[in-house]
Design a protein around this ligand. Structure first.
Ligand code: MG
Length: 228
Protein backbone atom coordinates (compact mmCIF):
# COMPACT_ATOMS: atom_id res chain seq x y z
CA UNK A 1 0.00 0.00 0.00
CA UNK A 2 1.46 3.40 -0.99
CA UNK A 3 1.79 6.29 1.45
CA UNK A 4 -1.04 8.02 -0.38
CA UNK A 5 -3.26 4.96 0.03
CA UNK A 6 -2.45 4.74 3.72
CA UNK A 7 -3.35 8.40 4.15
CA UNK A 8 -6.65 7.86 2.38
CA UNK A 9 -7.28 4.64 4.34
CA UNK A 10 -6.88 6.42 7.66
CA UNK A 11 -8.87 9.36 6.44
CA UNK A 12 -11.98 7.28 7.15
CA UNK A 13 -10.75 3.93 8.45
CA UNK A 14 -12.52 4.14 11.78
CA UNK A 15 -15.32 2.18 13.42
CA UNK A 16 -17.85 0.38 11.29
CA UNK A 17 -21.47 0.19 12.43
CA UNK A 18 -23.50 -2.33 10.46
CA UNK A 19 -27.22 -2.70 9.99
CA UNK A 20 -28.67 -6.17 9.50
CA UNK A 21 -31.96 -7.16 7.82
CA UNK A 22 -32.61 -3.75 6.27
CA UNK A 23 -34.13 -5.21 3.10
CA UNK A 24 -37.28 -7.31 3.53
CA UNK A 25 -36.40 -9.75 0.71
CA UNK A 26 -32.97 -10.48 2.23
CA UNK A 27 -34.48 -11.00 5.70
CA UNK A 28 -36.84 -13.53 4.11
CA UNK A 29 -34.10 -15.44 2.26
CA UNK A 30 -32.38 -16.09 5.61
CA UNK A 31 -35.71 -16.94 7.33
CA UNK A 32 -35.43 -13.86 9.57
CA UNK A 33 -38.37 -11.72 10.66
CA UNK A 34 -38.51 -8.20 9.19
CA UNK A 35 -37.39 -6.03 12.12
CA UNK A 36 -39.40 -3.24 13.74
CA UNK A 37 -36.15 -1.46 14.73
CA UNK A 38 -32.72 -1.57 13.04
CA UNK A 39 -30.52 -4.57 13.94
CA UNK A 40 -27.00 -3.30 14.75
CA UNK A 41 -23.59 -4.96 15.00
CA UNK A 42 -19.97 -3.74 14.72
CA UNK A 43 -16.85 -4.45 12.71
CA UNK A 44 -13.44 -3.19 13.93
CA UNK A 45 -11.18 -0.95 11.77
CA UNK A 46 -9.00 -4.02 11.04
CA UNK A 47 -11.92 -5.36 8.95
CA UNK A 48 -11.22 -2.82 6.18
CA UNK A 49 -9.67 -4.07 2.96
CA UNK A 50 -9.12 -1.98 -0.14
CA UNK A 51 -8.81 -2.91 -3.82
CA UNK A 52 -5.50 -4.57 -4.56
CA UNK A 53 -5.60 -6.65 -1.37
CA UNK A 54 -7.51 -9.93 -1.14
CA UNK A 55 -10.51 -10.92 0.96
CA UNK A 56 -9.22 -13.68 3.25
CA UNK A 57 -11.54 -16.53 4.20
CA UNK A 58 -11.39 -17.37 7.91
CA UNK A 59 -9.99 -20.87 8.37
CA UNK A 60 -12.85 -21.77 10.72
CA UNK A 61 -15.59 -21.15 8.12
CA UNK A 62 -16.66 -23.25 5.16
CA UNK A 63 -19.32 -20.81 3.93
CA UNK A 64 -18.09 -17.26 3.31
CA UNK A 65 -20.85 -15.14 1.75
CA UNK A 66 -20.93 -11.69 0.15
CA UNK A 67 -23.37 -8.90 1.03
CA UNK A 68 -23.15 -5.78 -1.16
CA UNK A 69 -24.11 -2.63 0.73
CA UNK A 70 -24.20 1.14 0.48
CA UNK A 71 -21.72 2.55 3.01
CA UNK A 72 -22.32 5.96 4.58
CA UNK A 73 -19.22 7.89 5.68
CA UNK A 74 -19.69 10.30 8.58
CA UNK A 75 -18.14 13.76 8.22
CA UNK A 76 -19.25 15.48 11.42
CA UNK A 77 -19.28 14.13 14.95
CA UNK A 78 -22.67 13.79 16.61
CA UNK A 79 -24.76 12.01 19.23
CA UNK A 80 -28.56 11.87 19.40
CA UNK A 81 -28.74 13.45 15.94
CA UNK A 82 -32.32 14.31 14.95
CA UNK A 83 -33.44 12.70 11.70
CA UNK A 84 -33.98 16.15 10.15
CA UNK A 85 -30.26 16.99 10.67
CA UNK A 86 -28.85 13.55 9.84
CA UNK A 87 -27.66 14.35 6.31
CA UNK A 88 -25.54 17.25 7.63
CA UNK A 89 -23.41 14.58 9.35
CA UNK A 90 -22.83 12.60 6.13
CA UNK A 91 -19.61 13.36 4.20
CA UNK A 92 -20.15 10.79 1.49
CA UNK A 93 -20.44 7.15 0.66
CA UNK A 94 -18.54 3.99 -0.25
CA UNK A 95 -19.49 0.74 -1.87
CA UNK A 96 -18.92 -1.91 0.80
CA UNK A 97 -19.10 -5.67 1.17
CA UNK A 98 -20.23 -7.14 4.47
CA UNK A 99 -18.38 -10.46 4.20
CA UNK A 100 -20.09 -13.01 6.42
CA UNK A 101 -19.11 -16.48 7.60
CA UNK A 102 -22.70 -17.70 7.25
CA UNK A 103 -22.15 -21.14 8.77
CA UNK A 104 -20.58 -19.53 11.85
CA UNK A 105 -23.38 -16.94 12.04
CA UNK A 106 -26.00 -19.71 11.98
CA UNK A 107 -24.19 -21.41 14.86
CA UNK A 108 -23.97 -18.11 16.80
CA UNK A 109 -27.70 -17.49 16.31
CA UNK A 110 -28.58 -21.03 17.42
CA UNK A 111 -26.45 -20.71 20.55
CA UNK A 112 -27.44 -17.11 21.34
CA UNK A 113 -23.85 -15.88 20.86
CA UNK A 114 -22.67 -12.56 19.38
CA UNK A 115 -21.74 -12.46 15.66
CA UNK A 116 -18.09 -11.40 16.10
CA UNK A 117 -16.54 -14.53 14.56
CA UNK A 118 -19.06 -14.44 11.69
CA UNK A 119 -18.86 -10.75 10.81
CA UNK A 120 -15.84 -8.97 12.34
CA UNK A 121 -12.80 -10.95 11.14
CA UNK A 122 -9.88 -9.28 9.32
CA UNK A 123 -10.83 -8.31 5.70
CA UNK A 124 -14.56 -8.69 6.40
CA UNK A 125 -15.20 -5.16 5.10
CA UNK A 126 -13.92 -4.59 1.54
CA UNK A 127 -14.55 -0.97 0.53
CA UNK A 128 -14.37 1.24 -2.55
CA UNK A 129 -12.75 4.63 -2.71
CA UNK A 130 -14.53 7.44 -0.85
CA UNK A 131 -17.45 8.86 -2.84
CA UNK A 132 -18.19 12.53 -2.08
CA UNK A 133 -21.79 13.21 -1.06
CA UNK A 134 -22.49 15.30 -4.16
CA UNK A 135 -22.04 12.27 -6.41
CA UNK A 136 -25.07 10.50 -4.86
CA UNK A 137 -27.78 13.17 -4.57
CA UNK A 138 -30.37 10.63 -3.32
CA UNK A 139 -28.93 7.74 -1.26
CA UNK A 140 -32.49 6.47 -0.93
CA UNK A 141 -32.62 5.45 -4.58
CA UNK A 142 -29.41 4.04 -6.05
CA UNK A 143 -28.76 0.68 -7.67
CA UNK A 144 -26.32 -1.81 -6.09
CA UNK A 145 -25.04 -4.95 -7.80
CA UNK A 146 -22.51 -7.73 -7.31
CA UNK A 147 -21.11 -10.38 -9.65
CA UNK A 148 -19.08 -13.47 -8.79
CA UNK A 149 -16.84 -14.63 -11.66
CA UNK A 150 -18.96 -12.61 -14.10
CA UNK A 151 -22.31 -13.98 -12.89
CA UNK A 152 -24.78 -11.51 -11.42
CA UNK A 153 -25.72 -12.54 -7.87
CA UNK A 154 -27.13 -9.40 -6.26
CA UNK A 155 -29.00 -6.51 -7.84
CA UNK A 156 -31.17 -4.16 -5.82
CA UNK A 157 -32.05 -0.58 -5.11
CA UNK A 158 -31.72 1.30 -1.86
CA UNK A 159 -35.36 2.34 -2.31
CA UNK A 160 -36.15 -1.16 -0.94
CA UNK A 161 -34.48 -0.36 2.40
CA UNK A 162 -36.74 -0.68 5.44
CA UNK A 163 -34.89 2.12 7.32
CA UNK A 164 -33.57 5.11 5.33
CA UNK A 165 -30.08 6.62 5.63
CA UNK A 166 -31.30 9.59 7.78
CA UNK A 167 -33.26 7.21 10.00
CA UNK A 168 -30.19 4.99 10.50
CA UNK A 169 -27.81 7.91 11.25
CA UNK A 170 -30.27 9.24 13.83
CA UNK A 171 -31.02 5.84 15.37
CA UNK A 172 -27.37 4.72 15.64
CA UNK A 173 -26.24 8.08 17.08
CA UNK A 174 -28.61 7.63 20.00
CA UNK A 175 -26.61 4.52 20.98
CA UNK A 176 -23.10 5.17 19.63
CA UNK A 177 -21.57 8.62 19.06
CA UNK A 178 -20.77 8.90 15.37
CA UNK A 179 -17.36 10.45 14.58
CA UNK A 180 -15.61 11.77 11.49
CA UNK A 181 -14.53 8.84 9.33
CA UNK A 182 -16.95 6.32 10.80
CA UNK A 183 -18.67 4.06 8.31
CA UNK A 184 -22.25 2.78 8.42
CA UNK A 185 -23.12 -0.33 6.41
CA UNK A 186 -26.80 -0.03 5.53
CA UNK A 187 -27.76 -3.64 4.82
CA UNK A 188 -27.91 -5.86 1.76
CA UNK A 189 -30.55 -6.72 -0.83
CA UNK A 190 -31.34 -10.38 -1.54
CA UNK A 191 -29.09 -12.75 -3.50
CA UNK A 192 -26.30 -13.46 -1.03
CA UNK A 193 -24.27 -16.55 -1.92
CA UNK A 194 -21.08 -18.37 -1.00
CA UNK A 195 -17.66 -17.58 -2.48
CA UNK A 196 -14.56 -19.73 -2.75
CA UNK A 197 -10.83 -19.21 -2.95
CA UNK A 198 -9.79 -17.54 -6.26
CA UNK A 199 -13.31 -16.22 -6.95
CA UNK A 200 -13.45 -12.71 -8.36
CA UNK A 201 -16.06 -10.37 -6.90
CA UNK A 202 -17.07 -7.28 -8.88
CA UNK A 203 -19.56 -4.91 -7.37
CA UNK A 204 -20.83 -1.43 -7.99
CA UNK A 205 -23.17 1.43 -7.42
CA UNK A 206 -24.89 2.17 -10.74
CA UNK A 207 -23.10 4.97 -12.57
CA UNK A 208 -20.87 5.85 -9.61
CA UNK A 209 -18.23 3.26 -8.74
CA UNK A 210 -17.05 -0.29 -9.46
CA UNK A 211 -14.71 -2.44 -7.33
CA UNK A 212 -13.02 -5.79 -7.85
CA UNK A 213 -11.74 -8.11 -5.12
CA UNK A 214 -10.40 -11.65 -5.14
CA UNK A 215 -10.85 -14.25 -2.42
CA UNK A 216 -7.88 -16.04 -0.88
CA UNK A 217 -7.48 -18.51 1.94
CA UNK A 218 -6.12 -17.08 5.16
CA UNK A 219 -4.38 -20.37 5.94
CA UNK A 220 -3.52 -21.54 9.42
CA UNK A 221 -5.81 -23.55 11.62
CA UNK A 222 -8.19 -20.78 12.63
CA UNK A 223 -9.19 -18.77 15.65
CA UNK A 224 -10.44 -21.64 17.76
CA UNK A 225 -7.41 -23.91 17.60
CA UNK A 226 -4.86 -21.05 17.67
CA UNK A 227 -6.37 -19.82 20.91
CA UNK A 228 -6.53 -23.18 22.64
MG1 MG B 1 -24.93 -7.00 5.96
Amino acid sequence: MSARDIARFWEWGRKIVCVGRNYAEHAKELNNAVPAEPVLFLKPPTAYVREGSPILTPAYSGELQHEVELGVVIGKRGAAIPRSAAMEHVAGYALCLDMTARDVQRECKARGLPWTLAKAFDTSCPVSEFIPKERIPDPGDVGLWLEVNGQLRQSGRTSSMIFSVPHLVSYISRVITLEEGDLILTGTPEGVSAVRERDELRAGIDGVVTVTFTVESRGGSGATSEAS
